[in-house]
Design a protein around this ligand. Structure first.
Ligand code: AMP
Length: 221
């Protein structure tokens, strides 16, 4: 199954991507996480992507399309994958369709996590992540046991550089300008499901499960 997760910053793509992965066994691949790792380890991709990420704007399509080609060259990802944060523009979505077609595959389902911008911005302001293992906390809903320190590895917790207010604004501008047209592109096919993100994580998780169970032909239980 090839699943694509789309949503504005703070919509919950990462949280639900990990949950789907645990439940269904498909690998969860977050383009943002892989780009941050590339920046941290100073790879050629990381060196190219860094200035765009710092500014809260999208990394150019040509770079992202090379990235997805290389990723899908790995057979393990062709068995099933949850793509979180890629594609994000119409050219990326079309490029993904082309790469998948070459492998005899297609996007099976796009899940659009629809969130109110005000709710997402206040969520991002409370999001901290571990500089060691990357575990994400929400200071209200899922706080660490001891302030500033990761429960899992003891690493230091920090607000992600691009979650600060000015950069968050640019990321929303990018979402409206580049990603919303892509949602319309998928909407013109029967692959798009809109997920209402109001309510708690479990409630939203049930809505996601209902869509995926329907796709897999599993009866609701
Ligand atoms: P995220 O963690 O998904 O919010 O991504 C963080 C940043 O990585 C974004 O603001 C972009 O600069 C970059 N990025 C992640 N995925 C993509 C993509 N598909 N296309 C372009 N830039 C991306």
């Amino acid at each position: 199954m090839i699943i694509v997760l789309v949503g504005a910053p703070g919509a919950g793509k990462g949280t639900h991507g990990k949950r789907i992965s645990t439940k269904r066994g498909w690998p969860h691949v977050s383009s943002g996480d892989l780009l941050r790792e590339a920046v941290a380890s100073g790879t050629p991709l990381g060196r190219e992507a860094e200035r765009y990420m710092k500014a809260g704007v999208l990394v150019p399509d040509t770079i992202m399309l090379q990235w997805i080609e290389r990723l899908l060259d790995k057979p393990e990802y062709r068995e099933g994958i949850i793509l979180d944060g890629f594609p994000r523009t119409v050219p990326q979505a079309k490029g993904l369709d082309e790469v998948l077609t070459r492998h005899g595959l297609a996007v099976d389902q796009v899940l659009f996590f629809d969130v109110d911008e005000g709710i997402a911005v206040s969520r991002l302001a409370k999001r901290v992540s571990c500089t060691g293992c990357g575990l994400v906390y929400n200071l209200d809903a899922k706080p660490p046991t001891s302030a500033g320190e990761c429960d899992r590895c003891g690493g230091k917790l920090e607000v992600r550089a691009d979650d600060r207010e000015t950069t968050v604004h640019s990321r929303f501008v990018e979402f409206r300008g580049s990603t919303e047209p892509m949602i319309e592109y998928y909407g013109s096919t029967d692959r798009l499901a809109r997920i209402d993100t109001t309510g708690g994580i479990d409630e939203v998780g049930k809505r996601v499960s209902a869509v995926l169970d329907g796709l897999l032909g599993i009866e609701a239980g």
